[in-house]
Design a protein around this ligand. Structure first.
Ligand code: 0X9
Ligand code: ZN
Length: 437
């Protein structure tokens, strides 16, 4: 009896309620032709989860496959003449290992912040509320709306107050739209921490306002910490669908479903039944349209890949201001690479050309519909993570520090273009010369 209960306890601990990925396998396939690249990409629009996508010929792609789909998947690859290797026999075993390493304890003092372990959702929220309380002269925290499950989506505003009739230029940052990309919220929280709690950074909000939404997909994040570490979408069940969740980064209403998005509710890139069908996307849209006028820079944090991407994402075309977008991106990644303790090396390009086509993403919508011409998505590093976005807690600090260097470099550009240059008096010397004659 005693032996039995010990076995039961171990089972509960290691595979019990979290054992959602037992028997799932990870396949590695290396595309040899452009057609192979496209063939593999299509699996992502079905119910397969692409853990790593080879952008080009010769770059391996990793795809996770559930036990019931493995025969079909292997047959498809064989029919297509593509060899494969099984690199993880049982995904659950690596998830259990990751769980032990993530260092989450629920022992933080209310309102504290840490970058040496991952944090729970309520800890993120308590930190924001504590700052609103302790720095009430410069920080306000508002809920931009509620998630499907009724959680507040909190946005922090940092401002030294109005100094003229016009609102100041502003920078908007979000993180956590894909809830399993856990390294993203700490990057946004570190920016908040540096801006608010490090007095030597006060000049960063003297002329510029900051809006930071550090954890957007709140239901999803909660779900990744309690049920399924690999969850990406939100948690609403579309009417009549067989699977939960919409990919919020396919639900935005600019060229929605143009390409690189799925109409299959079981796909990781399911775009939802219609544009802005999801409460989390609606909340963002409504807030943004009411406040967009003075926002000059939009940054959305994801992982992984060490990529800095800008519109367009829905199609393989470039915007009119692609030179400026590219130059500012190079400035930011140069700062990151110079600050990096882990040898990060970023690739810069427009989204579809540089990574893959994806319609309905926030960066395109913010650019096209909210008029923010400097709009970027960061795909953060995954450090020593053996797979995917499971970057170990000990590498949170190096990532957030180096990424802050990139944000800082972008702030310098915004300050120079929208404050210094905008305020510099026009060159009137020719008038003076005329008067003198
Ligand atoms: O697919 C996404 O939504 C983003 N990548 S992630 O791995 N974080 O899910 C990338 C979206 C950017 N746009 C394009 N790649 N076109
Ligand atoms: Zn993402």
């Amino acid at each position: 009896m005693k032996v039995l209960s010990v076995v039961l306890l171990l089972e509960l601990l290691f595979c019990g309620i979290y054992a959602t990925h037992q028997g799932y396998k990870l396949y590695e396939i290396t595309p040899q032709t452009k057609e192979d690249v496209d063939f593999l990409h299509k699996f992502g629009e079905e119910k397969f989860d692409i853990w790593r996508e080879g952008r080009t010929i010769g770059q391996p792609t990793d795809i996770m496959v559930a036990p019931e789909d493995q025969e079909y998947f292997e047959n498809e690859l064989t029919k297509h003449g593509l060899p494969y290797e099984i690199v993880v026999e049982d995904v659950e075993t690596i998830l259990q290992k990751e769980k032990l390493e993530r260092g989450m304890t629920r022992s933080l003092q209310a309102g504290d912040i840490t970058f040496s372990s991952y944090m729970f959702l309520e800890e993120h929220m308590a930190y924001l509320r504590r700052l609103a309380n302790d720095y009430s002269d410069i920080v306000t925290v508002e809920s931009i709306g509620q998630s499907y499950e009724g959680r507040d989506i909190l946005l922090l505003k940092l401002s030294s107050g109005q100094n003229s009739a016009n609102p100041k230029p502003a920078i908007f940052i979000d993180a956590g739209i894909h809830c399993r990309e856990w390294i993203a919220p700490p990057v946004a929280l570190y920016a908040i921490h540096q801006l608010v709690e490090n007095a030597s950074n006060a000049h960063l909000y003297e002329n510029i306002d900051w809006y930071i939404l550090p954890n957007w997909n709140v239901d999803g994040y909660e779900y990744t910490t309690t049920e399924n570490r690999l969850w990406r979408k939100n948690r609403r069940l579309t009417e009549g669908a067989a699977c939960y969740g919409t990919d919020l980064n396919r639900n935005f209403g600019y060229e929605w479903m143009f390409g690189g998005a799925s109409d299959n509710p079981c796909a990781e890139t399911f775009a939802g039944p219609e544009p802005f069908s999801e409460p989390e996307a609606q909340a963002f849209r409504d807030w943004f349209l009411a406040n967009n006028e003075h926002i000059k820079l939009y940054l959305s944090f994801h992982s992984f890949g060490e990529l800095l991407l800008y519109p367009w994402s829905y199609d393989y075309i470039v915007t009119d201001n692609t030179d400026e977008l590219y130059e500012l991106a190079v400035k930011a990644v140069t700062a990151i690479e110079n600050a990096s303790e882990m040898g990060s090396s970023y690739y810069v390009n427009s989204s579809a050309v540089g990574l893959y086509q994806a319609a309905g993403v926030t960066t395109d919508w913010v650019y096209a519909e909210a008029g923010v011409e400097l709009s970027y998505i960061y795909e953060l590093p995954n450090g020593d993570a053996p797979y995917w976005f499971m970057i170990p807690a000990r590498q949170i600090l190096p990532v957030v520090r180096e990424t802050w260097a990139g944000i800082y470099a972008m702030w310098e550009y915004i300050e120079d273009r929208f404050v210094v240059q905008a305020n510099s008096s026009p060159d009137l010397s020719f008038i003076l010369r005329k008067d003198a004659n």
